[in-house]
Write a protein that binds this ligand. Structure first.
Ligand code: NAD
Length: 373
């Protein structure tokens, strides 16, 4: 008998579900998206109709407890991820969640442990770990192209919210406005912090950082008024890794440049790689390399095998990169075994770095990792 399809329930029918998640699942013939849930019932119905998803609902608890669903995909606002992920793991589902699972790394770590003990696979929405260029770069690093790594530099920056009239979600604004709140470091920092520890091959061991609020008033969704917003819209930190590598990370959504604005650079004794995920002139990403005897960076063609079925460098980065992420998760679930990259434990390691940088900014000092659990 042919194996039946993996059955997926998606929570959240907003922009990112439309652009990346649902198209990613539906690109793979091994999967059926059987139900879509949004607390806005009409939106769930309309988006389910658009993607030919047979059922829609506004009741996430009912959807998570359905015995005929194997995977729950959480693509809702960040302040809901933890509650939904706890419920999904509790119900015995494999879970893909947008980041962060929780603001405190300890909560993510606990959930990672529970999922593993139940034999469930988890995955964070670390979109940029899965780009064809980043995957190619990792294969070069594994083959020894970089040699002994010295320095990693990472950026996620674009000008998405440079204009204060572009509204932010209320969920991104915490209650206490007296302290500068972590926003860019968490939203934009997570994917590039993830690539750093993965490429370098060691955990972050010490960090020191700074954050700024450059645009003090903004619109929020649902209001025409400008509202005071004491949030980090730009930050930089310096890091040491456990294997002696040093590095820096810079994130901002008010720095001029196009989406997604991610760049990862690694420099070693045998080679250097610059992977630039900035959609420019219709091309989603570029990768350039140099060696000690050929120091001018040359662009490399990304081999076909790193692209998803039907994918190409002129496709929108949103669907192209996410298709690879979702295909990888499906492979991990269908094939079984231990393989489970970018999982909740990786999410907890990344979140711990964010928590440590926040502490370093608040106390104006270096903070060592691991943090106390
Ligand atoms: N990984 C990436 O590169 C990337 C890119 C963009 C957005 N995101 C993340 O994706 C998530 C969604 O972003 P978006 O732009 O689609 O937001 P959005 O506001 O457009 O959509 C979120 C939807 O979730 C619904 N919702 C809220 N609570 C719910 C619940 N309990 N059950 C079901 N539905 C619920 C809302 O009604 C809304 O329609 C956010 O966490 C965001 O940070 C990640």
């Amino acid at each position: 008998m042919a194996q039946s399809k993996l059955r997926v329930g998606v929570l959240g029918a907003g922009r990112w579900a439309n652009m990346a998640h649902i198209p990613g699942w539906q690109r793979d013939p091994r999967v059926e998206v059987v139900a879509l849930c949004d607390v806005e019932k009409d939106l769930a119905r309309d988006v389910a109709g658009k993607f030919n998803i047979p059922e829609s609902t506004d009741d996430w608890q009912a959807l998570i407890s359905r015995p005929d669903i194997d995977v729950i995909d959480i693509v809702t606002p960040s302040n809901t991820h933890h509650e939904l992920a706890v419920a999904a793991v509790g119900a015995g589902k494999h879970v893909l969640s947008e980041k962060p699972v929780a603001h405190d790394f300890r909560e993510t770590l606990r959930l990672a442990g529970e999922a593993k003990s139940k034999g469930l696979k988890t995955k964070l929405g670390f979109t940029f770990r899965y780009t064809p260029g980043v995957q190619f770069a990792k294969s070069l690093i594994d083959e020894g192209f970089v040699g002994r790594p010295f320095i990693f530099n990472g950026y996620e920056q674009n000008s998405q919210w440079l204009d204060p009239q572009t509204p932010l979600r209320r969920s991104q604004m915490r209650e206490d406005q007296s302290l500068l709140q972590v926003v860019s470091l968490e939203g934009y920092g997570a994917p590039i912090i993830d690539i750093g520890r993965w490429w370098v091959g060691a955990e972050y061991s010490s960090v020191v950082g700074t954050m700024r609020n450059f645009i003090p008033e903004r619109k929020v969704w649902g209001s025409d008024q400008l509202t005071p917003m004491n949030i980090d819209d730009g930050d930089v930190f310096v890091a040491e890794f456990g294997n002696g590598v040093i590095g820096s990370i810079q994130t901002s959504f008010v720095t001029i440049g196009n989406f997604p604005g991610v760049e990862a650079r690694i420099f070693g004794d045998k080679g250097a790689i610059i992977c630039r995920m900035v959609e420019e002139f219709g091309v989603a990403e570029t990768i350039k390399v140099a060696t000690p005897d050929s120091v001018e960076f040359k662009e490399m063609e990304i081999p076909r095998r790193f692209y998803p079925e039907g994918g190409h460098s002129n496709e929108s980065w949103r669907s192209l990169f996410y298709a690879n992420l979702i295909k990888d998760f499906i492979d991990e679930i269908v094939e079984g075994g231990e393989k489970n990259q970018g999982n909740f434990a990786d999410g907890a390691a990344v979140q711990a770095v964010i928590n440590a940088v926040e502490l370093s900014v608040r106390e104006r000092r270096w903070v060592d990792l691991p943090l106390e659990r």
